[in-house]
Design a binder for this molecule. Structure first.
Ligand SMILES: [Fe+2]
Length: 469
């Protein structure tokens, strides 16, 4: 949501860079606007009208709603504010396509979005095109003073659009997963199917190692460069004890060991609420895993295929990640530990632009201080509640996810917090306290997290108990 605290904005430079020679600031902003909007449209290119309207669970929004809601954002916060005499073509859309923006008025119930057959998909696309045209006109005629006012909101809108691109993909995966025909969202650039133990590129799956960090007082939070949401500020100091973080997220193969060791049947590994959920919902494996003829298969955006043991495990809940960590004699990392480790890593990885639409195995590199997949591929679980963040409009009590950014937005160099909802690929990596002896490893979890750290010994156990409830 747009919060009272102004987001930090990565302003488009007023001057001309080498690559922007010949374009104005308005033109550059418009180019980014259309790039973001067109990518959303491209994600829907292979969908049929019937695909756009299904809401498979309360946390899923129909694709049609995502298209209209992101459009509503620009209409509500830019056109209505900055276009003199602007009149909405369909005023009722303000109610239908608002999500949680209380300051913008009432909104339709989220869990009922799948019951809305009108506007049609065709009309939602027309609405989208119409607002884009209004944005073209506004920015084309805007002077520098007006652009100064619009730019922060516009850039926030770019990132909002990207958030919904991720949600759109996540949601359509859940929609398709309900269909016995196992529809394919996109063939993608999937790797060939291979048997476990050997990654699909033919290399042997290497065990992870731990990268050590000394005790230190570190700077945490947005450093002022580029875009950031308000919950990533202010930058502040934090004292971190020594720890060691796994070099990569937990893999499917490692998680299989947990399953085969009876992980889902051992109450001592689980938090009480997690254990209750395991039994109530009969969890036996990550979401989207199915066992056929003794082998595990996984539903992906590229269809149903055998579980690849070299890939990061995904679609696991916080409880599963935590239980795995217990089993492995490790723990999940805290947000601050993860952030400290990520701060030295380049923003590179398997992003949506690769069109793989699925996490890939970590590169089979050597030892040393290499941390892999800190960006791209998957979200990673931490054991820290979001309420621990300094200031935020979106902080809650859910365990925080550290994001391996799916979208390689050049300016979004900071990992983002996000509520634990139906987010896409979640995994985790292991961590251990430096003071503890030998540890084992980590895992990931059910509904979508990707990176947790493993921890060792009783200290971790009591910390978890304190931290989670
Ligand atoms: Fe939104």
């Amino acid at each position: 949501m747009i919060s009272a605290a102004a987001p930090v904005i990565d302003k488009v430079p007023a001057g001309r860079s080498h690559s922007d020679a010949g374009s104005t600031r308005a033109e550059r902003l418009l180019a980014r606007f259309h790039q973001a909007r067109n990518f959303t449209n491209a994600l829907c290119a292979n969908l049929e009208p019937e695909d756009f309207v299904v809401q498979s669970m309360p946390d899923v929004s129909p694709t049609k709603w995502h298209l209209a809601h992101t459009t509503w954002f620009f209409e509500t916060f830019i056109l209505k504010k900055f276009v003199s005499g602007y009149h909405a073509e369909v005023p009722e859309y303000a109610y239908l396509f608002n999500s949680y923006y209380n300051a913008a008025g009432d909104m339709h119930r989220r869990d009922l979005r799948g019951l809305i057959s009108r506007p049609t998909v065709k009309e939602a696309k027309r609405y989208r095109s119409s607002i884009d045209a209004h944005m073209d006109n506004l920015l084309s005629d805007a002077d520098e003073n007006l652009i100064d006012e619009i730019e922060p909101i516009l850039i926030l809108g770019f990132h909002h659009e990207q958030q919904h691109q991720e949600l759109l993909i996540t949601d359509i995966k859940h929609v398709f997963a309900q269909n016995p025909l196992c529809p394919v969202f996109r063939e993608g650039r999937a790797r060939p199917l291979v048997a476990p133990k050997i990654s699909t590129d033919g290399s042997v799956i290497r065990p992870y190692h731990f990268v050590h960090f000394d005790e230190a007082t570190v700077q945490i939070g947005h450093d002022g460069n580029g875009f950031a949401y308000d919950n990533e500020s202010p930058r502040h100091r934090a004292l971190l004890s020594a720890f060691s973080l796994a070099s990569r997220p937990v893999t499917n193969g490692e998680y299989l060991q947990f399953i085969e060791d009876g992980g889902y049947a051992r109450a001592e590994l689980w938090l009480s609420l997690g254990w209750m959920t395991v039994n109530e919902q009969h969890w036996q494996a990550p979401l989207y895993w199915v066992k056929r003829d003794g082998a595990w298969w996984n539903f992906t955006l590229s269809g149903f295929r055998p579980v690849d043991e070299s890939e990061p495990v995904t679609h696991v809940s916080y409880f599963e990640a935590d239980a795995y960590a217990n089993w492995a004699g490790a723990r999940l990392p805290t947000e601050l530990e993860w952030e400290r480790a990520a701060s030295d890593c380049p923003v590179e990885g398997n992003f949506v632009e690769n069109e793989a639409f699925h996490p890939r195995p970590a590169p089979a590199s050597g030892q040393g201080r290499d941390l892999h997949q800190m960006f791209g591929d998957v979200w990673e679980w931490t054991n820290t509640t979001e309420s621990s963040c300094a200031t935020s409009t979106s902080c809650g009590v859910a365990p925080a996810l550290r994001r391996a950014l799916i979208f390689a937005e050049p300016t979004a160099t900071f990992s983002r917090l996000r509520n634990a909802g139906n987010s896409p690929e979640f995994g985790w990596r292991a961590i251990r306290n430096n003071s503890v002896g030998r540890n084992r490893r980590a895992r990931s979890e059910r509904k979508s997290h990707d990176d947790c750290e493993l921890h060792n010994g009783s200290a971790a156990r009591s910390w978890r108990t304190t931290g989670k409830f």
